[in-house]
Design a protein around this ligand. Structure first.
Ligand code: CA
Ligand code: CA
Ligand code: CA
Length: 693
């Protein structure tokens, strides 16, 4: 397994170039010490509430609208609102990471703990993954998490062209740029500087740069050139598989970063609101800054747009850039005769608002899903692999190599430490799940493998270190002998904490001798990477008698740190959900909003998720607690709240009972259209339901 390794840092040359340009342009009066823009502002505002500027149409900013289409919300099903530290797909060079009150916090550690080299911190809202191309162009990675290497999680650059985020840097270097970088490579590669832009994070005066301090609302139209030139200009086009932010590329260890939200939105999906202003006594070069806050007193306000020519008379706000919530605005008239309008405010308006943006509904299917269908261990063996008993694990004893230490089964949790046995350089840790050879796994039926697993970060270590030294796993199976009829999946990596890691084993095919791009979706390790096992596939075998999971590939650096310990709550191997025609089928969904905030929630069934509303799914009228919330048009069956016994997610799901009496036998995805007063979104299940005759 190749893990995160070195990549270039060509932006260093750009930094030097930017600094050089600044020095050349302003050599005579270069003042290297950073100036606190925020402090100047507050002093000036206190003295100069002279109201020489005002909103010409304040009511335009006192409306309620639905949020625009946002990539993370609609494609990942989880907005980058920083309600969870893993809203961030990956990060390098950070310590003390947490998400509190909807704000992601992290501190520059100064080190890339995998490469062992100094670095400023950088972040991947969408992480591309770790794949390493092999001959034929394939990736060797199993996508256990939502990485851009999977096309369904990649960004359609023609739709999502507006990047915005609210971010604070504890101390921006006056000569320190930020960068936005991305990669479109497939198989994925790390962004290496060919697609990016960046600039000094400062207002450029006539004699000096004035660094922004505190919160800043960044806002970029990615369809336009943004700063870098030449080979670094890049292009926002095609499928973007990794998106990287360098908040302050030259800032030292100890620099604190806060992020409130990140959006990658379609500017055509929400209103553009014109913000005209009235000015008295403007100078010819005066500038306008527009500030935004989530409260009417302007606490923690940040510039949304700055340096606008006052003479332009207005700014057009693409509201797709803003997250759900209430937003207030203020205009600052800046004296263009002094430092290009960077430093002196001639007047400010009052705070106007709120512009209320309501969230789009997100529907997540708990059933049908990769964990809801009939489970092999439960339905065939009569005992789920829920780790309530050591009898569920059947790894042979000595003299078979003992790759786990300190095994325990406590309160339904299997816990063990991966052992590193010389001369191996990484642990071959493994556990075999109980399979009855008399009732082997029917691979034409059971296909979705899910392990609910937890790993914990050792103190002082970060995700890049943990993955570099062993945080990942793979699935292995065979009948008689691993080498002659066995198969081994690619390697997938973990995040910290409890997670479900799922893989569709029906995506395992016997790979050709030399890989080709048509095999990209194959979950089996390419033959170029591993001469054995036999790689005979999954469905192709018909039945399987041995199923093994390798939970960690711990390397020497992680032995004894705690990163070599894993916990497993359960393992499932499920078939598609199924129902006999005429029998009721429970659809279970989770919503990001209270049901009462929806104006409708309508379910469909379809053979093709790209045609989500193929057939209306009729809901049983005798479902409990029938309570139509939009009489006449829709019937919503209010929840029988179920806690799924072994799912492990804290998921209180809504249950809807589908009446299948009139459904033709077949295989169908369930799709739901959820609407609020301001937004409508469509969601489909990841796995289908089989309606049997
Ligand atoms: Ca989130
Ligand atoms: Ca937030
Ligand atoms: Ca359990």
């Amino acid at each position: 397994m190749n893990r995160p390794r070195n990549y270039h840092r060509p932006w260093i040359s750009l930094i030097l170039l930017l600094v050089a340009v600044g020095l050349i342009a302003h050599t005579r009066q270069w003042m290297p010490s950073p100036t606190s823009y925020a402090q100047q502002q507050s002093d000036l505002l206190y003295l100069q509430q002279n109201n020489t500027i005002s909103f010409a149409n304040p009511s335009a900013l006192q409306v309620t609208i639905g949020e625009g289409h946002d990539f993370a919300t609609l494609q990942l099903g989880d907005s980058w609102d920083m309600d969870n530290p893993r809203d961030m797909g990956y990060e390098i060079g950070f310590t003390n990471i947490h998400a509190t009150g909807g704000i992601w916090h992290g501190t520059y550690s100064g080190m890339d703990q995998s490469a062992g080299t100094p670095t400023a911190g950088y972040l991947f809202p969408l992480f591309q993954g770790f794949s390493t191309p092999v001959a034929g162009g394939l990736s060797q990675e199993l996508s256990f998490t939502k990485v851009g290497a999977e096309d369904r999680y990649a960004i359609d650059a023609s739709k999502y062209t507006r990047l915005s985020y609210r971010l604070a840097v504890s101390q921006r270097p006056v000569n320190g740029p930020f960068f936005v970088q991305w990669t479109t490579a497939s198989p994925v590669t790390w962004p290496i500087g060919e697609n990016r832009f960046g600039r000094l994070d400062a207002c450029q005066g006539t004699t000096r740069f004035v660094a922004w301090q505190g919160w800043h609302t960044y806002n970029f139209d990615l369809s336009q050139p943004q700063g870098d030139s030449g080979i670094r200009a890049g292009a926002w086009q095609g499928l973007v598989r990794g998106l990287r932010l360098d908040p302050a590329a030259t800032a030292p260890a100890g620099t604190e970063i806060k992020i409130d939200w990140i959006r990658l939105s379609d500017p055509n999906s929400a209103p553009v609101i014109a913000i005209p202003w009235n000015i008295a006594n403007a100078g010819p070069n005066d500038r306008i800054d527009i500030y935004i806050a989530d409260n009417p007193s302007g606490t923690d306000a940040s510039p949304l747009a700055f340096g606008l020519p006052a003479a332009a008379g207005r700014y057009d706000l693409a509201t797709s850039m803003l997250p759900p919530g209430q937003h207030y605005f203020q205009l600052h008239l800046k004296d263009g005769a002094v430092e290009n309008g960077c430093t002196v405010a001639k007047g400010t308006s009052g705070w106007i608002g709120p512009l209320t943006i309501t969230p789009a509904p997100i529907v997540t299917f708990a059933k049908p899903s990769m964990t809801s269908g009939p489970d092999y261990a439960t339905s065939v063996l009569g005992q789920p692999w829920d780790m309530t008993s050591s009898s569920q694990i059947v790894t042979p004893g000595s003299p078979y190599p003992q790759t786990l230490a300190e095994q325990s089964f406590t309160n339904g949790i299997f816990r063990a430490r991966a052992a590193l046995i010389p001369p191996h350089v990484e642990s071959d840790s493994q556990f075999w799940l109980r399979v009855d050879p008399q009732r082997p796994i029917d691979t034409t039926r059971f296909r979705y493998f899910t392990v609910r697993l937890k790993v914990d970060m050792p103190p002082g270590r970060d995700i890049n270190w943990a993955i570099a030294y062993g945080w990942g796993g793979r699935v292995i199976w065979w009948n008689e002998n691993l080498q002659t009829d066995g198969s081994e999946s690619k390697y997938g990596t973990y995040y910290e904490g409890w997670r479900n890691y799922s893989v569709d084993l029906a995506r395992a095919f016997p790979p050709p001798a030399v890989s080709n791009p048509l095999q990209a979706r194959n979950i089996l390790t390419p033959r170029e990477q591993n001469a054995f096992p036999a790689q005979l596939g999954w469905t192709q075998l018909g039945t399987v008698k041995h199923l093994r999971y390798d939970p960690l590939e711990t390397m020497a650096q992680a032995v004894g740190t705690g990163a070599d310990i894993f916990e497993v709550d359960w393992v499932k191997l499920t078939a598609n959900d199924e129902v006999r025609r005429g029998q009721p089928f429970e659809i279970m969904v989770k919503l990001n909003l209270p049901l009462a905030q929806l104006s409708s929630l309508t379910h469909y069934y379809t053979t093709d998720p790209s045609q989500p509303t193929q057939q209306r799914a009729v809901m049983q009228s005798n479902t409990v607690n029938v309570e139509p919330i939009q009489p006449g048009n829709y019937r919503i069956y209010l929840p029988l709240i179920l806690r799924m016994g072994t799912s492990g997610d804290d998921n209180d799901s809504l249950r809807f009972v589908w009446d299948t009496a009139t459904v033709q036998p077949g295989t169908y995805y369930i799709c739901s259209v959820a609407a609020t007063a301001n937004s409508s979104t469509t969601w489909c299940s990841e796995t289908p339901v089989v309606v049997q005759p």
